[in-house]
Design a protein around this ligand. Structure first.
Ligand code: GLU
Length: 377
């Protein structure tokens, strides 16, 4: 399977690690870097994707603010440091996203919130509502109450659970390394980056386990654990270098990273997403010829549309009905309601001329179209 493309994903969880966010010497958030990341997130968000952030940093930031000595913290110390750090962390995320007119919504979860069914469903519906309102949920473990026995402790696995809970189709772990290597690159100059992992085998796990330093060992092991959780649940995952500015743009431009693929392909995942999770904003009624074309796997062209109802924007989900008003399927429409009205019934070249565009003239592209029903699980 080849390397997927960032633009094929509809709901993306981005995990940001403490070492990227916090300059521990200065005891402050690396704001310029975070502003650049927020710009990347805003760009994906503006492309009508759902974005969730899993942000670490509460303990690191709290400890820096409180000027706590180096060395391991006792549980109650890290809980108290997290209380100080988290409030600052939330403020900074709200600020950088507000620059793009996006509201941030803070969610602090415990292990039980993701593992117990009732709580899981509760957290899941809060997330769904926040996404429906087009906010970006910013999630962390509730470190102030999480005790050693009942905590994730690492946000890699937490992010994987959040991704599956939110039915995300992609989880991005931004790290201080650009992906998984065949051996630890700091001690083995021959180590090679693995661009695509099709399944997390024992060999892959071993590669994570042989890292030399304490930091990289823990670091890669929990990332591989996260990959197992995510890919088993139908979510693709990728590890990319977060140290650079605009790290997500770098991935979109084909930069170095490691993809962990789930057997479900992104188009299927996207279709499942269209079928199950989007609130339709309008209806397109199409003629019998278009019904036959759609059933044969073709895109919906303007020529086949006989009626446009509802107030929808470009990229919204709409219901597609046949001439007898029977529902044929659903899809993400490529034009807003006003333009759809203007070009309905016209050939693609007329449509392009009417709208003064040279771009694609499909009303709904076949990748964005679900015919009949697709299981939403
Ligand atoms: N939840 C912890 C924090 O925000 C971070 C865990 C991790 O670094 O993975 O400080």
């Amino acid at each position: 399977m080849s390397r997927p493309n960032l633009k094929d994903f509809r709901r993306i969880v981005v995990k940001v690690g403490s070492s990227l966010l916090i300059d521990s010497a200065a005891g402050e958030v690396r704001e310029t870097w975070l502003e650049a990341l927020a710009a990347d997130l805003a760009k994906l968000h503006a492309g009508r994707r759902d974005i969730l952030v899993v942000s670490s940093g509460s303990i690191a930031l709290g400890r820096a603010r409180l000027k706590l000595p180096r060395g391991p913290l006792k549980l109650e110390e890290s809980q108290a440091a997290a209380a100080v750090g988290q409030i600052a962390l939330a403020r900074i995320w709200a600020k950088v996203l507000a620059h793009h007119k996006i509201d941030a919504g803070q969610i602090l979860v415990t292990l039980q919130d993701t593992e117990e069914r009732r709580r899981y469903l509760n957290a899941r519906s809060t997330i769904a509502k926040l996404l429906e309102w087009r906010t970006i949920p910013v999630i962390n473990e509730n470190d102030t109450v999480a005790t050693n026995e009942i905590r994730y402790g690492d946000n890699d696995r937490l992010a994987a659970r959040v991704a599956t809970m939110a039915s995300a189709d992609l989880l991005i772990l931004l790290s201080d390394i650009d992906g998984l290597y065949t051996a630890p690159p700091n001690i083995n100059p021959k180590a090679k980056l693995i661009p695509v992992v099709e399944s997390v085998t024992a060999d892959i796990e071993a590669m994570a386990g042989v890292a030399a330093s304490e930091l990289s060992r823990g670091g890669m092991t929990t990332k591989i654990e996260a990959a197992k959780i995510a890919t088993t649940a139908g979510t693709h995952m990728l590890i990319a270098n977060g140290k650079i500015e605009h790290p997500l743009q770098a991935v979109a431009d084909g930069g170095r990273c490691t993809w962990f693929l789930t057997p479900a392909n992104p188009v299927t995942a996207r279709k499942r997403w269209i079928a199950g999770s989007l609130e339709p904003r309008g209806t397109l009624t199409i003629d019998a010829g278009a019904v036959a074309a759609l059933r044969a796997g073709k895109s919906l062209l303007p020529a086949g549309v006989i009626r446009v109802d509802g107030q929808f924007a470009r990229g919204d989900a709409v219901i597609v009905r046949g001439p007898d008003t029977h529902e044929i399927g659903r899809g993400l429409v490529a034009y807003d309601a006003e333009n759809a009205e203007l070009i309905k019934g016209r050939s693609s070249s007329d449509a392009a001329q009417i709208l003064g565009i040279s771009g694609r003239a499909e009303m709904i592209h076949r990748d964005d179209l679900v015919i009949g029903t697709i299981p939403t699980a």
